[in-house]
Write a protein that binds this ligand. Structure first.
Ligand SMILES: O=C[C@H](O)[C@H](O)[C@H](O)COP(=O)(O)O
Length: 223
Protein backbone atom coordinates (compact mmCIF):
# COMPACT_ATOMS: atom_id res chain seq x y z
CA UNK A 1 0.00 0.00 0.00
CA UNK A 2 1.03 3.62 -0.46
CA UNK A 3 1.56 4.76 3.14
CA UNK A 4 2.41 8.35 2.26
CA UNK A 5 -0.80 8.64 0.26
CA UNK A 6 -2.86 7.21 3.14
CA UNK A 7 -1.57 9.68 5.73
CA UNK A 8 -1.33 12.58 3.30
CA UNK A 9 -4.95 12.28 2.21
CA UNK A 10 -6.24 11.75 5.75
CA UNK A 11 -5.04 15.22 6.75
CA UNK A 12 -7.43 16.87 4.30
CA UNK A 13 -10.31 15.87 6.60
CA UNK A 14 -9.18 18.71 8.87
CA UNK A 15 -9.57 21.29 6.11
CA UNK A 16 -12.87 23.16 6.15
CA UNK A 17 -14.45 25.73 3.87
CA UNK A 18 -13.03 29.23 4.24
CA UNK A 19 -9.80 28.15 5.94
CA UNK A 20 -6.33 29.58 5.34
CA UNK A 21 -4.12 26.50 5.11
CA UNK A 22 -0.32 26.28 5.38
CA UNK A 23 0.83 23.89 2.68
CA UNK A 24 3.93 21.88 3.59
CA UNK A 25 6.60 20.42 1.36
CA UNK A 26 7.71 16.93 0.39
CA UNK A 27 6.64 13.57 -0.97
CA UNK A 28 3.94 12.98 1.68
CA UNK A 29 2.49 16.46 1.23
CA UNK A 30 2.32 15.70 -2.48
CA UNK A 31 -0.67 13.47 -1.75
CA UNK A 32 -2.28 16.04 0.56
CA UNK A 33 -1.99 18.60 -2.23
CA UNK A 34 -3.42 16.25 -4.86
CA UNK A 35 -6.42 15.56 -2.63
CA UNK A 36 -6.87 19.25 -1.81
CA UNK A 37 -6.78 20.01 -5.52
CA UNK A 38 -9.57 17.50 -6.04
CA UNK A 39 -11.62 18.97 -3.17
CA UNK A 40 -11.15 22.49 -4.55
CA UNK A 41 -12.40 21.27 -7.90
CA UNK A 42 -15.47 19.92 -6.11
CA UNK A 43 -16.16 23.31 -4.50
CA UNK A 44 -13.99 23.59 -1.36
CA UNK A 45 -12.97 27.21 -0.86
CA UNK A 46 -9.58 27.71 0.81
CA UNK A 47 -6.51 29.91 0.57
CA UNK A 48 -3.16 28.14 0.69
CA UNK A 49 0.11 29.53 2.04
CA UNK A 50 2.94 27.48 0.50
CA UNK A 51 6.11 26.60 2.43
CA UNK A 52 8.26 26.33 -0.70
CA UNK A 53 8.49 27.26 -4.35
CA UNK A 54 8.00 23.58 -5.20
CA UNK A 55 4.72 23.46 -3.27
CA UNK A 56 3.56 26.78 -4.73
CA UNK A 57 4.13 25.45 -8.23
CA UNK A 58 2.25 22.22 -7.57
CA UNK A 59 -0.62 24.10 -5.88
CA UNK A 60 -0.90 26.39 -8.90
CA UNK A 61 -1.04 23.40 -11.25
CA UNK A 62 -3.83 21.98 -9.10
CA UNK A 63 -5.73 25.32 -9.05
CA UNK A 64 -5.47 25.62 -5.26
CA UNK A 65 -5.82 29.38 -4.58
CA UNK A 66 -2.71 30.82 -2.92
CA UNK A 67 -2.30 33.87 -0.72
CA UNK A 68 0.64 35.81 0.67
CA UNK A 69 1.10 36.97 4.26
CA UNK A 70 -0.14 40.48 3.36
CA UNK A 71 -3.50 39.11 2.27
CA UNK A 72 -4.33 37.05 5.33
CA UNK A 73 -4.86 37.72 9.02
CA UNK A 74 -4.37 34.21 10.35
CA UNK A 75 -3.48 30.67 9.33
CA UNK A 76 -6.12 28.24 10.54
CA UNK A 77 -4.20 25.08 9.86
CA UNK A 78 -0.80 24.00 8.60
CA UNK A 79 -0.17 20.51 7.28
CA UNK A 80 3.35 19.22 6.72
CA UNK A 81 5.52 16.11 6.57
CA UNK A 82 8.50 15.23 8.77
CA UNK A 83 11.76 13.32 8.54
CA UNK A 84 11.54 12.01 12.11
CA UNK A 85 8.83 12.10 14.79
CA UNK A 86 9.34 11.07 18.41
CA UNK A 87 6.78 9.96 21.00
CA UNK A 88 6.22 13.54 22.16
CA UNK A 89 5.51 14.70 18.60
CA UNK A 90 8.84 16.50 18.38
CA UNK A 91 10.16 16.55 14.84
CA UNK A 92 13.18 16.75 12.61
CA UNK A 93 12.32 18.48 9.36
CA UNK A 94 14.21 19.95 6.45
CA UNK A 95 15.22 16.89 4.44
CA UNK A 96 13.92 18.81 1.43
CA UNK A 97 15.50 22.07 2.58
CA UNK A 98 12.21 23.86 3.27
CA UNK A 99 12.56 24.06 7.07
CA UNK A 100 12.67 27.84 7.47
CA UNK A 101 9.45 28.65 5.65
CA UNK A 102 7.87 25.54 7.16
CA UNK A 103 8.71 26.68 10.68
CA UNK A 104 7.44 30.22 10.08
CA UNK A 105 4.14 28.86 8.82
CA UNK A 106 3.79 26.12 11.47
CA UNK A 107 4.42 28.70 14.21
CA UNK A 108 1.81 31.05 12.75
CA UNK A 109 -0.87 28.38 12.39
CA UNK A 110 -3.61 27.82 14.95
CA UNK A 111 -3.20 24.08 14.43
CA UNK A 112 -0.21 22.19 13.04
CA UNK A 113 -0.85 18.73 11.64
CA UNK A 114 2.01 16.38 10.76
CA UNK A 115 1.67 13.60 8.23
CA UNK A 116 4.27 10.85 8.62
CA UNK A 117 4.34 7.24 7.50
CA UNK A 118 5.45 4.73 10.19
CA UNK A 119 9.07 4.70 8.94
CA UNK A 120 9.44 8.23 10.36
CA UNK A 121 8.52 7.23 13.93
CA UNK A 122 11.49 7.02 16.34
CA UNK A 123 12.05 6.68 20.06
CA UNK A 124 14.70 9.42 20.11
CA UNK A 125 15.37 11.96 17.39
CA UNK A 126 18.75 12.08 15.71
CA UNK A 127 19.33 9.19 13.33
CA UNK A 128 18.29 11.53 10.55
CA UNK A 129 20.99 14.22 10.21
CA UNK A 130 19.60 17.51 11.50
CA UNK A 131 19.33 20.13 8.75
CA UNK A 132 20.63 23.54 9.81
CA UNK A 133 20.04 26.47 7.45
CA UNK A 134 22.94 28.94 7.42
CA UNK A 135 23.92 32.06 5.53
CA UNK A 136 26.72 31.39 3.02
CA UNK A 137 28.90 34.17 4.49
CA UNK A 138 31.32 32.66 6.97
CA UNK A 139 29.96 29.16 6.43
CA UNK A 140 33.27 27.60 7.51
CA UNK A 141 33.10 29.48 10.81
CA UNK A 142 29.47 28.54 11.40
CA UNK A 143 30.42 24.92 10.72
CA UNK A 144 33.17 25.21 13.34
CA UNK A 145 30.65 26.47 15.93
CA UNK A 146 28.37 23.54 15.16
CA UNK A 147 31.30 21.19 15.82
CA UNK A 148 31.84 22.93 19.16
CA UNK A 149 28.23 22.04 20.04
CA UNK A 150 29.09 18.39 19.38
CA UNK A 151 27.72 18.12 15.85
CA UNK A 152 29.31 16.62 12.74
CA UNK A 153 28.10 18.93 9.99
CA UNK A 154 28.24 18.22 6.27
CA UNK A 155 27.46 20.85 3.67
CA UNK A 156 24.55 19.64 1.55
CA UNK A 157 25.48 19.54 -2.13
CA UNK A 158 23.62 18.94 -5.38
CA UNK A 159 25.70 17.91 -8.39
CA UNK A 160 28.80 18.93 -6.47
CA UNK A 161 27.57 22.47 -5.81
CA UNK A 162 26.25 23.70 -2.45
CA UNK A 163 22.49 23.22 -2.25
CA UNK A 164 20.63 26.54 -2.00
CA UNK A 165 17.35 26.87 -0.14
CA UNK A 166 14.46 28.96 -1.49
CA UNK A 167 15.92 31.71 0.68
CA UNK A 168 19.37 31.51 -0.93
CA UNK A 169 20.99 29.88 2.09
CA UNK A 170 23.11 26.73 2.58
CA UNK A 171 22.17 23.64 4.58
CA UNK A 172 24.52 21.85 6.97
CA UNK A 173 23.27 18.33 7.73
CA UNK A 174 24.45 17.60 11.26
CA UNK A 175 24.77 14.33 13.11
CA UNK A 176 24.73 14.77 16.89
CA UNK A 177 25.84 11.93 19.18
CA UNK A 178 22.69 12.47 21.25
CA UNK A 179 19.50 14.41 20.76
CA UNK A 180 18.13 13.51 24.18
CA UNK A 181 17.58 17.22 24.98
CA UNK A 182 16.31 18.55 21.65
CA UNK A 183 14.68 21.66 23.09
CA UNK A 184 18.03 22.90 24.47
CA UNK A 185 19.82 22.13 21.23
CA UNK A 186 17.19 23.98 19.20
CA UNK A 187 17.87 27.13 21.21
CA UNK A 188 21.68 26.74 21.27
CA UNK A 189 21.86 26.25 17.51
CA UNK A 190 19.91 29.40 16.78
CA UNK A 191 22.26 31.45 18.97
CA UNK A 192 25.15 30.80 16.58
CA UNK A 193 25.69 33.80 14.29
CA UNK A 194 25.14 32.61 10.75
CA UNK A 195 22.53 30.03 11.68
CA UNK A 196 19.18 31.09 10.28
CA UNK A 197 17.08 28.19 11.58
CA UNK A 198 17.32 24.50 12.36
CA UNK A 199 15.07 21.56 11.61
CA UNK A 200 14.06 20.78 15.20
CA UNK A 201 10.34 21.43 15.65
CA UNK A 202 9.87 21.05 19.39
CA UNK A 203 6.39 21.18 20.91
CA UNK A 204 4.93 22.56 17.70
CA UNK A 205 2.88 19.67 16.31
CA UNK A 206 -0.70 19.48 17.58
CA UNK A 207 -1.73 16.34 15.70
CA UNK A 208 0.24 13.50 14.13
CA UNK A 209 -1.32 11.35 11.45
CA UNK A 210 0.45 8.05 10.91
CA UNK A 211 -0.63 4.42 10.35
CA UNK A 212 -1.29 1.67 12.88
CA UNK A 213 -0.10 -1.94 12.51
CA UNK A 214 -3.19 -2.67 10.36
CA UNK A 215 -2.08 0.14 8.03
CA UNK A 216 -5.05 2.26 9.04
CA UNK A 217 -4.61 6.00 9.65
CA UNK A 218 -4.30 6.81 13.35
CA UNK A 219 -4.21 10.21 15.04
CA UNK A 220 -2.10 11.21 18.02
CA UNK A 221 -2.66 14.52 19.76
CA UNK A 222 -0.15 16.62 21.67
CA UNK A 223 -0.13 15.61 25.35
O1 LIG B 1 12.21 20.21 3.85
C1 LIG B 1 11.38 19.33 3.74
C2 LIG B 1 10.35 19.03 4.71
O2 LIG B 1 10.70 19.26 6.04
C3 LIG B 1 9.60 17.72 4.54
O3 LIG B 1 8.38 17.89 5.17
C4 LIG B 1 10.29 16.52 5.12
O4 LIG B 1 11.59 16.42 4.57
C5 LIG B 1 9.51 15.23 4.86
O5 LIG B 1 9.43 14.99 3.51
P1 LIG B 1 8.84 13.65 2.89
O6 LIG B 1 7.37 13.66 3.15
O7 LIG B 1 9.21 13.72 1.44
O8 LIG B 1 9.55 12.50 3.58
Amino acid sequence: MNEKKAVGEKATEFVKDGMVVGLGTGSTMFYTLLKLGQLVKEGLSIQGIPTSIQTAELAKELNIPLAGFKEIEKIDLAIDGADEVDENLNLIKGGGGALLREKIIAKAANQFIVVADPSKMVKTLGSFPLPVEIVPFGAEMTEKHLRELGGSPALRRVNGEPFRTDNGHFILDCIFPSLAQPQELEVSLNKIPGVVENGLFIGMADVLITLNSDHQPILYRKK
